[in-house]
Ligand binder design. Structure first.
Ligand SMILES: Nc1nc2c(c(=O)[nH]1)N[C@H]1C(S)=C(S)[C@@H](COP(=O)(O)O)O[C@H]1N2
Ligand SMILES: [Mo]
Length: 499
């Protein structure tokens, strides 16, 4: 029985401390809450194969699952501390100091972290320690004789008071971050994007309806447990490092420049063969080449390191900003300011490079340097430094394991080879000869190409495989490779049943 009391006391005390710490963080340093800090540290420390597994198996649920696991571990540790404290008083300072130190260390380890970020965890741990001491005070040294109903009632009262306090702090914390989120949303809605000086060409006739991916359906991949909320009126971009003149720009400065508008397909290096992490949008932005021209890139600089507000670093080859492609600092996506999840107010976009190598969201700094001198976040974790998109193709219709009637079946999908363009798509049924699919019109070599194929399907089980050829003549390789370290290869093959 006293174990149960200890466990409940430990959990309620920890809940009180965490709620208070989260409220303090929400009010003072958004994004520095101990739970999110620990989650971020876990993400950064997670070995690449496990991270890949999480992205593959959990998709966008990976973050809620991670926070859930951290919550369960915390509850177990808090309960253990409470149980230990019923017989060993020193468990209170030892347990809370360890948990507080872990939270503080996680907060300090965040790339954008400052010493102040440790304060919520330390404060929360101290409060949790006091709460646990208060909860267990009368029980210390209590003999069976004095373990009477009066003590139990007192414990229940104290537990309720603390739980109510923790609940109130939690509600207040959510209200504070909700207000901030609202403010970020409002400042985004208030933005009137200027018309592009150089608009996108109208999409050609005959393009299928789902050529452009709506913002709400666009895949999202990042390490941010809480989406950064940036006030565009205080946002600044600094271009520095190996340049002749440092440049600092406000969001208003950026919007005053001539803007280009382009249809560009963005995809993730972690996308498996046939996977969903790809989308095409109409982006609006400032060409990076012009800005780099003004800054004057010094000879020898071969890497642009983009830094985001939450401390991500993404390294992009300088050549990809200067070779004439539409590398840009994007401010608009499909006719709207960038959605908060997709980098509001400003992100990089580099046609032909996977997102991890050319598409830093919430960007605030561009440093010109060399690949020798600096490894960006993903490169440090073993991913390739250049990030060139590989030619690939996907069957979207029919779905794997679909059943259909015999007769003419339309097989359809997309193929992509940004910067090179798609020259051909071929289908093989049951491992037989490759037959050309029909290519639909597309916007440019930087966008995906939709294709379709009329298949005379006979009854029975069948497999369908697709492969693309880019405009350099290179055929998409058959060999299966995992996304790590520089993008998946292999033909997307599905099984279906006819009749
Ligand atoms: N700040 C920041 N930018 C980032 C990332 C990130 O984790 N943090 N992930 C990159 C990766 S791996 C990809 S694939 C793209 C995804 O962009 P999206 O979420 O807008 O689709 O963003 C890139 N930019
Ligand atoms: Mo990615």
């Amino acid at each position: 029985m006293s174990r149960l009391r200890g466990a409940i006391s430990g959990i309620v005390a920890a809940g009180t401390g965490i709620a208070a710490a989260e409220l303090l963080a929400a009010a003072v340093r958004p994004g520095a809450g101990p739970l999110v800090a620990v989650g971020g540290a876990v993400i950064d420390a997670t070995p690449t194969p496990i991270k890949e597994f999480a992205v593959r198996e959990l998709g966008t649920h990976d973050k809620p699952v991670l926070l859930g696991v951290i919550g369960v571990v915390l509850i177990l540790l808090a309960a253990a501390t409470g149980i230990a404290a019923t017989t060993w008083r020193a468990a209170i300072p030892v347990g809370t100091a360890l948990l507080g130190a872990a939270g503080a260390a996680a907060a300090l380890s965040r790339p954008a972290g400052t010493v102040l970020d440790a304060v919520p965890a330390v404060f929360g741990a101290a409060l949790a320690g006091l709460a646990l001491w208060w909860l267990l005070r009368d029980r210390q040294g209590a003999t069976d004789a004095v373990r009477d109903k009066g003590v139990d009632r007192r414990l229940v009262l104290r537990l309720s008071l603390l739980a109510a306090g923790a609940g109130a702090a939690e509600v207040a914390g959510l209200a504070v971050s909700g207000r901030r989120e609202n403010a970020a949303g409002k400042s985004r809605e208030a933005i009137a994007l200027p018309a592009p000086a150089d608009p996108a060409k109208p999409l050609p006739n005959g393009i299928a309806a789902d050529f452009t991916t709506p913002n709400a359906n666009f895949y999202r991949v990042d390490t941010a447990l809480t989406v950064p909320r940036i006030d565009p009126s205080t946002w600044r971009l600094r271009i520095h490092g190996m340049v002749d003149r440092e440049i600092e720009l406000s969001f208003a400065d950026l919007l005053q420049r001539p803007l280009i508008e382009r249809d560009i397909t963005l995809n993730c290096v972690s996308n498996e063969v046939g996977g969903p992490y790809i989308g095409t949008a109409r982006w609006l932005g400032v060409p990076l080449a012009a800005l780099l021209g003004e800054a004057g890139v010094q000879s020898g600089a071969d890497q642009i390191v983009a830094r985001s507000v939450e401390g991500m670093t993404i390294g992009t080859p300088v050549t990809t900003a200067l070779d004439g492609r539409d590398t840009m600092l994007a401010v608009g996506m499909n006719g709207e300011p960038l959605p908060l999840d997709h980098g509001f107010p400003v992100r990089m976009l580099t046609p032909g490079l996977y997102g991890y190598a050319g598409a830093c969201k919430w960007v605030t700094e561009l440093e010109l340097t060399t690949f020798d001198r600096f490894d960006a976040y993903w490169v440090e974790r073993g991913w390739g430094s250049q990030g060139t998109v590989k030619t690939a193709s996907r069957i979207d219709k029919p779905k794997p394991f679909a059943r259909m009637a015999a007769g003419t079946v339309t097989v359809a999908g997309v193929a992509w080879a940004q910067r090179r363009g798609v020259a051909a798509v071929e289908i093989s049924v049951d491992g037989g000869p490759w037959t050309k699919a029909e290519l639909l019109p597309t916007a440019s070599i930087d966008t995906w190409t939709q294709w379709r194929f009329s298949w005379k399907a006979s009854a029975g089980p069948h497999s369908l495989a697709v492969r693309a050829t880019d405009k350099s003549g290179a055929v998409q390789p058959e060999t299966r490779a995992t996304p790590f370290p520089d993008g998946a290869t292999g033909w997307h093959t599905i099984s279906v049943t006819v009749g």
